[in-house]
Design a protein. Sequence first.
Length: 384
Amino acid sequence: MCDVVIVGAGLAGAVSARKLAEMQKKVLVLEKRDTIAGNAYDCLDENGVRIHVYGPHIFHTNHQGVYEFLCRFCNMVPYEHRVLGRIDSKLVPIPFNFQSLEILLPEKADDLKQRLLTAFPNTSKISILTLLDHSDKELKKLGEFIFEKVFVHYTAKQWGIPISEVDTSVINRVPVVLGYDDRYFQDTYQCMPENGYTELIREMLNHPNITVELSCDATKRLCVNESNQILFDGNTWEKPVIYTGAIDELFSYRYGSLPYRSLRFSFESFEQDYFQAAAVVNYPNEEDFTRITEFKHFTGLRPEGSTTIVKEYPLMYDKTNPEADIPYYPIDQLENKKLYRRYLEDVECCSQLYLCGRLAEYRYYNMDAVVESALRLVEKIKKG
Ligand SMILES: Cc1cc2nc3c(=O)[nH]c(=O)nc-3n(C[C@H](O)[C@H](O)[C@H](O)COP(=O)(O)OP(=O)(O)OC[C@H]3O[C@@H](n4cnc5c(N)ncnc54)[C@H](O)[C@@H]3O)c2cc1C
């Protein structure tokens, strides 16, 4: 018997489980995969390189409480993420900064840097959309250049739609930097768990009040009936359920499927210390893939003499196609939000059903925000 059922052993599920267990609640975590850690799952490959199986994960946050909470379960190692982009056969820092400008437009760089600093005196980064709209013709032209080289084709590849149909919040995730700071993130805490995310989450779930069942698709045991009652193993269930899976799946797709982008990952190993100059190199334009990640940049030169990379190919999520049946990114479009809200109305009728995480809340979530949200949710459940 348990006090709370949690669906999913990713970050959202594991953080909630741990906090509830520490409040003397007996927690049952059901996980569909045969591994914990959700999309943050990592492991050592046959060469001893720690790979991130569902895409590269870099921890960064400004939230001291979140950082301190995670530090209870692992040793965090400082790591500052840097990304290069292959543009016009040259490697330049991404986000686009003054060095990118000097490499790609050497003759105009001095004049453009001066114009940028005069036009935006009190800020270190701006949105590309601000440049595109600028009254200074030279800055507008620069905006068009960066937009075309960095944003247009990458965004279309990533989302499978023209950039004009992509929500501006997505475009604004990557700024234009007014200076030479080439770090991808500027957060106070930027680090990686020394022994990986899987170990971190394993430690979090390691509590006498937590039971984890792997390879257990919760929708086979738990459902919401027509009257919006939760049934667990065929019986009415009136205690809390924290659900971190896809919301449409829980409701048997009663209003239709929510669309996602999926990814195909192609891993390759080489007998050499390093493959490329940065952890991530973006390929915004010609190639079918969006980026190449080389994992050893996350861990230092460990192990020596071999390295592993992964290429990412975005594609449309299709639950019937084994090549594309993992939902990675909710698609931030009005009609999808509307469909999501229909499911949410039904959730509101189930008093003990709580949603948490990127699938259940159908939104783009960084790991720190997921941890914060799970911590807040447990406080809410505690207050009743
Ligand atoms: C390619 C990629 C790169 C990313 N990089 C970063 C990054 O660098 N930094 C960062 O902060 N964030 C990054 N993120 C975001 C990060 O992955 C999420 O914030 C985090 O994984 C969310 O945790 P979660 O628990 O909500 O979801 P998940 O990690 O997806 O966990 C949900 C779990 O629920 C399980 N589940 C689903 N349905 C069921 C069911 N019916 N029964 C049982 N179990 C079920 C799933 O198997 C999964 O294990 C990235 C995301 C992607 C896709």
